[in-house]
Design a protein around this ligand. Structure first.
Ligand code: UDP
Length: 330
């Protein structure tokens, strides 16, 4: 028996692979390396370079490796890009997920864990936002993920496939042992961008929007450490294997930080200053979003251990330094 991790060469996926291997699982990674890296996949996992939408390939992998669970990370993740290229996002995140779920059903894969997103809520009316809140995505990214949640729900009713969808809030940080981290070039995510600025890899950064109805006018997000996030997947896998019913869970700490607070934390951790330009709003950004996290704690027994913004940014900075060493050595 083995677990198929799609997108396992990417940021979150590579941390998942490390966690699964540490737990003694057999792991097959399917990644097209469009944004992932071959080096991010540890040698103990089998890396197959290919597309999750390639049904013949996925069918063959499931049969060859005896896959009993799929953890599906592969997809596109940048909110403003989804506004510019909605059809590309629906292809990558919705159409290809449909193809993957179809093969999971056809080959009798038992369990499916899906990377969903807080973006399915849009601008929530109440904070913290619970799983039962109204779903009103503000971007094609959020809609593309919500459609996959809906497909899973319906497929799980019609077929013996049990699933969990995890709605990620803002994922950040790096493996505390320094084995992986956020490595994407041309990063757009806040903590990555701020760390690059702190390390002098870019000449400062911008704050997108200072007129939001939040305490300091900048957007508020709930930043979750990538290691706590992948442990949520481990909890979900154990839950499904024990016969837990298909369900949806938020993944966040129930704590919000503004863009300015995050930038301050990065400057503090780096012990350096960098220019910050106050700019206009970016398309598709909700003002504030913070997770209600009681459901995942109570049902899956998830206990976060890295719930600390200063620790998250310190590890993200350490990973930036590792990337510089990797680059210098190559
Ligand atoms: N943000 C920013 N400057 C940047 C990158 C992001 O001000 O260089 C803001 C962005 O507008 C949003 C928040 O930081 O309000 C988090 O954005 P990110 O892209 O990290 O994650 P998202 O919430 O879009 O998934």
């Amino acid at each position: 028996m083995a677990i198929l991790v799609t997108g396992g060469a990417g940021y979150i996926g590579s941390h998942m692979v490390l966690e699964l291997l540490d737990a003694g699982e057999q792991v097959v990674v399917l990644d097209n390396l469009s944004t992932g890296f071959r080096w991010a996949v540890p040698p103990a996992a089998t890396l197959v370079v290919g597309d999750v939408g390639d049904q013949d390939l996925v069918r063959a992998l499931v049969r060859k490796h005896g896959i009993d669970a799929i953890i599906h990370f592969a997809g596109s993740i940048v909110v403003p890009d989804s506004v510019a290229d909605p059809l590309g996002y629906y292809l990558n995140n919705t159409v290809k997920s449909r193809a993957l779920i179809e093969i999971a059903v056809a080959t009798g894969v038992k369990h499916f864990i899906f990377s969903s997103t807080a973006a399915v809520y849009g601008n929530p009316k109440q904070l913290p936002v619970s799983e039962t809140a109204e779903l009103s995505p503000m971007s094609p990214y959020g809609s593309s993920k919500l459609m996959t949640e809906i497909m899973l729900k319906d497929a799980g009713i019609a077929h013996p496939l049990s699933w969990v969808a995890l709605r990620y809030f803002n994922v950040a940080g790096a493996d505390p042992q320094g084995r992986s981290g956020q490595s994407t070039p041309r990063a757009t995510h806040l903590i990555k961008v701020a760390c690059e600025a702190a390390r002098g890899k870019r000449n400062g950064m911008e704050v997108f929007g200072t007129d939001y109805p939040t305490p300091d006018g900048t957007c508020v997000r709930d930043y979750i450490h990538v290691t706590d996030l992948v442990r949520a997947h481990m909890c979900a896998l154990a839950y499904l294997r024990k016969g837990g019913k298909s369900d949806i869970f938020n993944c966040g700490y129930s704590k919000g930080y503004s863009v300015l607070e995050v930038i301050e934390a990065v400057k503090r951790a780096a012990g350096s200053d960098f220019p910050v330009k106050l700019s206009d709003r970016r398309a598709g950004d909700p003002a504030a979003i913070v997770a209600a996290s009681a459901k995942i704690r109570d049902t899956l027994g998830w206990v976060p251990v890295h719930d600390d913004l200063d620790g998250i940014v310190t590890q993200a900075l350490a990973w930036e330094a590792s990337l510089e060493r990797l680059k210098a050595a190559s």
